[in-house]
Ligand binder design. Structure first.
Ligand code: NAP
Ligand code: G4F
Length: 338
């Protein structure tokens, strides 16, 4: 571990989790280094509120261009940042999209992990830097047992899940082969007002806001019977940080233990603005997947025992928070209309 202020590197810092994690670590006094992709449009909206003038004294947020498909960019970044902690969150993270982009998903979501681990080894940082891998409940696929925990067999059923399974195993391999402090956080679904708009919860709350403001009439969804264990992203990034402070590197499930259907989420979200979901939601078969994970629910007992972690925001409060934020957004959108 290096002396002085702790340094964290976050890949995927522009995503939902990356933004909450950067906030948390900056508030704790860390120096934070973030890998961002070169895009044709701005992609830093979720972290713009954390911006610091790069010429000011005592700057603690440093952003560098790079890509997890470009090993040289990763090596350059770890050599410059010399992190004590690495949070590897970058991924092509959309399950349905992974069926249309299987090769890209393997490159980014699977091989991206080994490129970053190798960059750390080549830079001589394998023993200094603790490594967090953004693993997922999608590893379990349509699991035969419920709830799922650390002993549940890995049997993914999407190209995304298969790529994450490779990443899971390569992290464990590097831990055992090279003695790295490298861990898999097996996180179940977690959401917020910063969630990407094509994931089902945000797609629903965004539509609720727009329908309530008269900007949209219908919401088209796929499988309403699918059940997920939905928590709040802000709570889950705390678990990530705790996993890297633990005395031993251990892979852990992070979940609420509560199972809800897409239908229940939609009903509650529409109810929040006084609307009946059945009058606005229609099924569109384009949102059905070639292979569906029908039910996921996690048992986070081990994380509670080892880290003292437990989720704070309840399901109902999460839905309310997301709807309220998207209603405010839709009102601003409506106000800009001629
Ligand atoms: P997200 O919002 O989709 O963020 C993904 C991040 O990865 C973005 O910053 C994105 O950059 C970046 N990225 C994508 N391709 C990249 C590439 N080739 N090189 C560098 N960066 C790249 O995902 P999230 O919800 O925050 O999730 C964070 C991580 O946790 C992901 O690995 C996800 O698979 C995993 N996970 C998420 C959940 C969940 O429920 N949210 C549950 C379990 C595991 P751009 O902003 O430029 O697109
Ligand atoms: O919101 P989703 O797209 O999330 P999914 O597939 O569970 O994946 C998310 O959670 C994983 C953790 O288990 C992460 F690893 C992954 O990166 C991502 O963050 O879909 C949730 C459920 C699915 O069963 C889907 O079929 O909602 C169902 N659904 C129904 N209608 C829909 C829709 N999903 C989307 N995206 N869009 C729909 O219109």
């Amino acid at each position: 571990m290096s002396e002085g202020r702790r340094r964290a590197l976050i890949t995927g810092i522009t995503g939902q989790d990356g933004s909450f994690l950067a906030e948390l670590l900056l508030a704790r006094g860390y120096e934070v280094w973030g890998l961002i992709r070169k895009a044709s449009l701005f992609n830093t909206q979720r972290i713009d509120h954390l911006y610091q003038d790069p010429h000011a004294k005592d700057v603690r947020l440093h952003l560098r261009y790079g890509d997890v498909t470009d090993g040289a960019s990763l090596l350059r970044l770890v050599q410059e940042a010399r992190p004590d902690e690495v949070y590897h969150l970058a991924a092509q993270s959309h399950v349905q999209a992974s069926f249309q982009l299987p090769e890209l998903t393997a490159e980014v979501t699977g091989l991206g992990t080994v490129r970053l681990l190798e960059a750390l080894r080549q830079a001589g940082l394998a023993q200094q830097a603790r490594f967090y891998q953004a693993s997922t409940s999608e590893l379990f696929g349509d699991a035969a047992t419920s709830p799922q925990d650390e002993e549940t067999p890995i049997r993914p059923c999407s190209p995304y899940g298969a790529a994450k399974a490779y990443a899971f195993h390569i992290v464990r391999t590097y831990r055992e082969a090279y003695g790295m402090f490298a861990v898999n956080g097996i996180l179940f679904n977690h959401e917020s007002e910063r969630r990407g708009e094509t994931f089902v919860t945000r797609k629903i709350t965004r539509a609720v806001g727009r329908i309530a403001c008269g900007l949209q009439e219908r919401l088209y969804l796929g499988n309403l019977d699918a059940e997920r264990d939905w928590g709040f992203a802000g709570d889950y990034v705390e678990a990530m940080a705790l996993m890297l402070q633990a005395p031993e590197p251990v892979d852990l499930v992070i979940a609420t233990g509560q199972r809800r259907s897409v239908r229940e989420f939609a009903a509650l979200a529409f109810e929040r603005v006084g609307l009946d979901w059945e009058e606005h939601v229609e099924i569109d078969p384009r949102y059905l997947r070639p292979a569906e994970v029908n039910t996921l629910v996690g048992d986070a007992s081990r994380a509670r025992e080892l880290l003292g972690w437990r989720p704070r925001l309840e399901f109902e409060a999460l839905v309310a928070r997301m709807v309220d934020a998207d209603l405010a957004l839709a009102r601003r959108e409506a106000a800009l209309r001629p």
